[in-house]
Design a binder for this molecule. Structure first.
Ligand SMILES: *[C@@H]1O[C@H](CO)[C@@H](O)[C@H](O)[C@H]1NC(C)=O
Ligand SMILES: *[C@@H]1O[C@H](CO)[C@@H](O)[C@H](O)[C@H]1NC(C)=O
Ligand SMILES: *[C@@H]1O[C@H](CO)[C@@H](O)[C@H](O)[C@H]1NC(C)=O
Ligand SMILES: *[C@@H]1O[C@H](CO)[C@@H](O)[C@H](O)[C@H]1NC(C)=O
Ligand SMILES: *[C@@H]1O[C@H](CO)[C@@H](O)[C@H](O)[C@H]1NC(C)=O
Ligand SMILES: *[C@@H]1O[C@H](CO)[C@@H](O)[C@H](O)[C@H]1NC(C)=O
Ligand SMILES: *[C@@H]1O[C@H](CO)[C@@H](O)[C@H](O)[C@H]1NC(C)=O
Ligand SMILES: *[C@@H]1O[C@H](CO)[C@@H](O)[C@H](O)[C@H]1NC(C)=O
Ligand SMILES: *[C@@H]1O[C@H](CO)[C@@H](O)[C@H](O)[C@H]1NC(C)=O
Ligand SMILES: *[C@@H]1O[C@H](CO)[C@@H](O)[C@H](O)[C@H]1NC(C)=O
Length: 754
């Protein structure tokens, strides 16, 4: 714990602020109850499964503390109750200690659990004292294991209540029959513990268990909730399947005041993971007077393509769909559920936020449809992008078109086409063989189908297969005509490989762009702002000489800072700068290391700073952002002070901008930027990832480039040299916590100590 000391001292002030925030929020909530189609009319509850188990080991002290300080003020802490050999109630997500604790070695047993022979280390074979030597671990292996450390002792049910004093406490009794077979009584345990600590909810998937306690809880504030498991599973106490029990809600109501169901009971998904129309379950249950809680929410497991990896939109479909609202959601990421309820529900489509100056699409809404297609651009406009973008490529017959890659293999079905034999190696462009736009005519390219981008394919996260080859490619002219008819702030036109095309293909891509703009009427002062983007100074310098369009310099490497002379240089030919996410908040092993000064430095020279590329897929975000694309955007916009985002999912950025919480005088904890670098501080020394070399500083040498070569008359042979990028040596940036010493950003560090 010594590492946290210094953090603690700096953060005391903020803890006080947080309490003030919570009071404020609770005050606001009570005024708004009638909006909700819950049974009571109150806002739905957030139930934190094992605390913030999406980040820290389930049921650990960090997980519970962190859930409390990042969620709605009335968050309910969920504890899966297991019993030890000596009858002590502990919070653990499973009756087996495997995976969820550090247990190993001899002692595995095989017992029948609801009729299924199950092997492992069972809590019933260990006394509470035996368990003291083990610690809690992250059971879901796609989450970070770096918080597994011996500081997380197994907690007792009473301990969790006493340490956290939660506004709501929910005990889930998953197994009564099993413990009875081992001569341990859940009934006695629950009745006795509820006399010692406040228990607001008791849930169980066993009818027999709930019926055995219902009379004892009648008239008490404790609510009994029947938990449905998958429809084909059988309740051991009645031998009925959950599917058949669901048909008899009147019966369920005789011993419970609510039900907890997997989310697919409400919004079924088909085998291809598409959302089906919602069921009538919530309405049916509400008619019976039963509350409905939905389970299995996790940011790293949004369960249908229809949500485009946006966890907030999933919650919203359960709580604000016009027809009904569930009464609570059981989540591993309570911060996202809290934001969905308080900030993202009941928003009018026309509300406009001011938090962020601009949303620029990245190849259109390429998270939804294939890059640079008519569908992707249309979606970007509908989703609320301010600028749509075209990466210009040239065809062999000199037509400028919009395509995210000069290599057709990346974004089209060319490998399955008659042109598949046109692969060549062009070292000036890339090391591997490619099939390049400049080798095919526009007509040839039109005969190909678009192929959707799957940047997270190595994690087997795919974008909507239904749209995998949907849409049409556009010429630059088509794009310009389309953009003119839409309500947009402007367009971004990206130009790369200009020198190669001039020297080797006899084409001036800059002239082609200028001609197209002129022809489409953009040369007049149209309402649309035109921004030409390039990673190449020579291109932007040429454009500056020949036009009045705005220019954006894209820095195509991760940088730690920018020196003054290179900023002055950039300023001489560009109005905007685009830098990578890592250049704003450097990462190592997917943890942010702490803030740096690229953005403030660029902004001090009056450059507008855009950051690329934001994506919803949770693997695209540092752990610090909790697999929540909104937390990431919020931290960049408020914590990083950037001017705008370049995103595959403009819909998510636009929803962020519309959220109701940004307008408040004090931001609630779930809309507070995270303190970058703090999570790394929370990792025990032994678990720290190995150090990595820091990013370089951007210097004038990196920016400087000679003028564009003249356009050649004939098509010459390939050749030329490519320059290795400069990577000057530099020292390791300090991993200091609390660099942003502001009341808004301190939350994370303070929480780790409570
Ligand atoms: C432990 O985790 C692995 C991988 O997630 C899984 O295959 C296995 O079934 C888990 N074991 C138990 C007892 O949960
Ligand atoms: C439970 O108690 C019964 C009766 O005292 C005994 O026969 C049985 O072996 C016990 N079962 C276990 C698993 O300890
Ligand atoms: C359920 O089925 C099992 C095995 O078929 C039987 O032993 C048990 O008595 C049944 N329980 C009830 C409540 O019907
Ligand atoms: C509902 O369950 C109760 C208790 O098992 C039973 O008596 C009743 O017949 C059931 N009703 C229906 C419609 O299945
Ligand atoms: C989900 O997406 C699929 C494929 O685009 C569509 O057919 C279906 O109607 C969508 N489901 C809902 C509930 O909107
Ligand atoms: C949205 O539009 C409606 C109707 O045009 C208007 O009444 C409402 O005030 C608008 N809301 C916002 C936040 O602009
Ligand atoms: C394709 O481009 C490469 C590189 O410029 C060139 O060598 C080759 O001849 C071209 N092939 C065709 C079919 O145009
Ligand atoms: C734009 O077009 C007009 C006529 O259509 C022409 O006079 C002008 O020179 C063109 N400007 C550029 C930059 O090509
Ligand atoms: C510029 O605007 C004027 C007046 O609207 C129009 O007559 C002219 O054709 C426009 N020029 C171009 C190149 O679009
Ligand atoms: C930035 O712009 C402001 C206001 O336009 C101006 O006062 C300031 O001098 C500018 N700073 C630099 C470094 O250009």
């Amino acid at each position: 714990m010594a590492t946290f000391r210094s953090v603690f001292i700096l953060c005391i002030v903020v803890v006080v602020v947080n309490f003030a925030v919570l009071d404020l929020v609770s005050g606001q909530r009570s005024n708004r109850t009638s909006l909700w189609k819950t049974l009571s009319g109150d806002a739905p509850l957030v139930i934190a499964r094992g605390g913030f188990s999406g980040l820290f080991p389930d049921s650990s002290s960090y997980a519970y503390n962190f859930a409390m300080s990042t969620s709605l003020p009335d968050v309910v802490l969920w504890c899966d109750v297991q019993l030890t050999k000596d009858g002590v109630g502990i919070c653990l997500p499973n009756l087996l200690l495997n995976n969820i604790t550090s247990i190993s070695g001899p002692g595995e047993k095989t017992y029948s659990v609801n009729g299924v022979p199950t092997k492992g280390w069972f809590t019933v074979d260990y006394t509470m004292e035996d368990l003291q030597i083990y610690w809690l671990t992250q059971a879901i292996w796609s989450r970070s294991q770096r918080f597994d450390s011996n500081q997380f002792a197994i907690s007792t049910v009473e301990g969790v209540a006493q340490e956290n004093k939660p506004p709501g406490y929910w005990l889930n009794i998953q197994h009564d029959a099993f413990y009875s077979q081992h001569n341990l009584s859940m009934r006695s345990y629950v009745l006795s513990v509820s006399r010692r600590v406040v228990v607001n909810y008791v849930s169980s998937p066993e009818v027999g268990f709930l019926r055995s306690i219902v009379t004892r809880f009648r008239g008490s504030p404790t609510k009994l909730i029947f938990r449905f498991l998958e429809a084909d599973k059988t309740d051991p106490s009645t031998n009925q399947t959950y599917g058949s029990l669901l048909k008899n809600l009147t019966f369920i109501k005789t011993f419970s005041s609510g039900i907890l169901v997997p989310r697919s009971y409400i919004w079924p998904v088909n085998i291809d993971q598409y959302l089906q129309p919602h069921t009538s379950l919530v309405a049916d249950a509400h008619r019976e007077g039963l509350e409905v809680f939905a389970s299995d929410f996790a940011n790293d497991n949004t369960f249908s393509y229809n949500y485009s990896y946006d966890p907030v939109s999933e919650y919203v479909s359960f709580i604000d769909n016009g027809d009904f609202s569930v009464d609570g959601v059981l989540s591993d990421f309570p911060i996202t559920a809290s934001a969905a309820i308080d900030c993202f529900s009941h928003i009018s489509q026309n509300s406009s936020g001011q938090a962020m100056r601009a949303i620029i699409s990245h190849n259109g809404a390429s998270g939804v449809y294939p890059d640079c297609t008519d569908l992707a651009y249309n979606q970007a406009v509908e989703d609320g992008a301010d600028y749509i973008d075209c990466s210009v490529q040239m065809t062999s017959d000199g037509v400028p078109i919009c395509l995210s890659s000069i290599n057709l293999i990346d974004v089209t079905t060319v490998p399955q086409s008659p042109f598949s034999n046109l692969a060549v190696i062009v070292p000036e462009i890339q090391q591997n063989a490619g099939i390049f736009t400049f080798n095919l005519t526009w007509k040839d390219i039109q005969s190909l189908k678009p192929a959707i981008s799957n940047p997270a394919v190595e994690y087997t996260l795919f974008r909507n297969p239904a749209y995998k080859n949907a849409g049409q490619f556009l010429t630059l002219d088509d794009f310009l005509t389309f953009a003119k008819s839409k309500r947009l702030s402007g367009i971004v036109i990206s130009i790369e490989h200009a020198a190669y095309l001039a020297e080797n293909k006899g084409m001036s891509i800059t002239d082609a762009v200028l001609d197209a703009l002129n022809k489409s009427g953009y040369s007049n002062q149209t309402a649309l702002e035109v921004i030409i983007q390039s990673t190449n100074k020579a291109v932007l310098t040429r454009l500056k000489e020949q036009s009045k369009y705005k220019r954006m310099y894209m820095v195509d490497e991760d940088i730690r800072s920018v020196d003054d002379s290179s900023i002055k240089d950039i300023k001489s030919f560009a109005d905007y700068v685009a830098i990578s996410k890592d250049s704003v908040f450097p990462e190592y092993s997917e943890f942010t290391t702490g803030a740096i000064n690229s953005v403030s430095k660029l902004k001090s020279f009056n450059l507008t700073v855009f950051v690329y590329v934001f994506r919803n897929e949770f693997v695209e975000q540092a752990w610090d952002f909790f697999s929540d694309p909104y937390v990431e955007i919020n931290t960049f916009v408020i914590g990083g002070d950037i001017d705008g985002v370049i995103t595959d999912f403009p819909g998510t950025a636009a929803a962020y901008r519309r959220n109701k919480c940004l307008g408040r005088p004090t931001l609630p904890p779930y809309m507070t930027p995270v303190q970058v670098g703090a999570l790394l501080q929370a990792i025990a020394a032994a678990q720290l990832p190995p150090a990595e070399a820091p990013y370089p500083i951007l210097t004038e040498n990196d920016v400087a480039e000679g003028p564009l070569p003249p356009v050649s008359k004939v098509t010459p042979t390939t050749g030329g040299t490519t320059e290795a990028p400069n990577t000057p040596p530099s020292s390791q940036p300090g991993l200091t916590a609390c660099i942003f010493l502001s009341s808004l950003s301190m939350l994370l560090a303070s929480v780790l100590l409570l």
